[in-house]
Design a protein around this ligand. Structure first.
Ligand SMILES: C[S@@+](CC[C@H](N)C(=O)[O-])C[C@H]1O[C@@H](n2cnc3c(N)ncnc32)[C@H](O)[C@@H]1O
Length: 279
């Protein structure tokens, strides 16, 4: 059974797969360094362990590594979701809960789901406030421990789903999109934010320097060096945009759009669930 807050969570459908589902998994694309990145069950285990390790410093390093832009990107992600106040929305791979907070600010009801108990513990700690911090705004939102590829909710439980910086971390993107199509009602929406590779040469060069050198350096000084060397490399798991759009359409999503933020250093995939809305 999923652990976590349960008030208002749609009824569980199946137990979460804690590394149980055997999936071939997406293979990273790139040079020899990327080829050594894990896939399948090994990747799931490595990702969970890594986020358990870095959870305590995750938020502050996120601000530093994105030069403070991550909050703005999450706002754009929720804007693009375009669902009315009162909608019930799954935050897939919610981590420490930043996107849940943003949804609450828009009067949308979030349910957070994540594989890492360390990240969920940090989300709960933030909600309690303390150390001079204001309690996070998503205080009442349920947080569920589980795998987004086998989420413990009934079909069509949600009006929509969002995610931030999660696409690179799941084992199989096509399976994720199918699972989201199962969970979101017909005519519901998804808005999925992740990092990207800018197209302009100069920006691409600067972005490469920042992610390959500055991010691992800051990570090793203030958190876990291995994790922050992995994070920039994990961009190699993201297929080309045409492939992502194709996978979304195959999974039952229509009107797929890709929005570029900050010159393409981050991107948002938006889509509508095919099928007639409920009467
Ligand atoms: C880079 S963090 C992003 C956290 C948060 N969404 C944010 O905006 O900061 C990626 C998160 O994905 C979670 N994750 C990775 N694979 C997952 C899966 N299969 N199911 C659920 N969560 C997963 C990790 O545990 C981690 O918390």
């Amino acid at each position: 059974m999923p652990t976590g807050d349960s008030a208002g969570v749609p009824a569980p459908d199946a137990p979460p797969s804690q590394g149980g589902a055997r999936l071939a998994g997406d293979q990273p694309v790139g040079g020899p360094e990327e080829a050594s990145l894990p896939a399948g069950d090994e990747k799931r285990r490595a990702v969970r362990q890594m986020f358990d390790t870095i959870a305590g410093r995750y938020d502050v390093l996120n601000r530093v590594n994105s030069l403070g832009m991550d909050r703005y990107w999450r706002r754009r992600c929720v804007n693009a979701l375009d669902l009315p106040a009162g909608s019930l929305v799954l935050d897939v791979a919610c981590g420490t809960g930043d996107l849940c907070d943003e949804l609450v600010r828009r009067h949308i009801q979030p349910v957070g789901l994540d594989l890492s108990s360390g990240m969920l513990a940090e989300a709960r700690r933030r909600r309690a406030g303390g150390n001079g911090e204001r309690p996070a705004s998503s205080g009442a939102a349920p947080l569920v421990l589980g795998d987004a590829l086998a989420a413990p909710f009934r079909p069509a439980s949600f009006d929509g789903a969002v995610s931030a910086f999660a696409l690179r971390n799941v084992v199989d993107l096509g399976e994720l999109f199918k699972e989201l199509a199962r969970l979101v009602r017909p005519a519901g929406r998804i808005s999925l934010l992740d990092l990207g590779e800018p197209e302009g040469r100069l920006l691409r060069f600067g972005h490469g320097l920042w992610t390959k050198h500055a991010v691992p350096l800051v990570g090793s000084l203030f958190s876990d060096g291995d994790a922050y060397r992995y994070l920039p490399k994990s961009l190699a798991y993201l297929p080309a945009p045409e492939r992502v759009v194709g996978l979304l359409e195959e999974a039952g999503w229509k009107a797929v759009e890709r929005l570029l933020l900050a010159g393409g250093t981050s991107q948002v995939y938006v889509a509508t669930r095919a099928g007639r809305p409920r009467a």
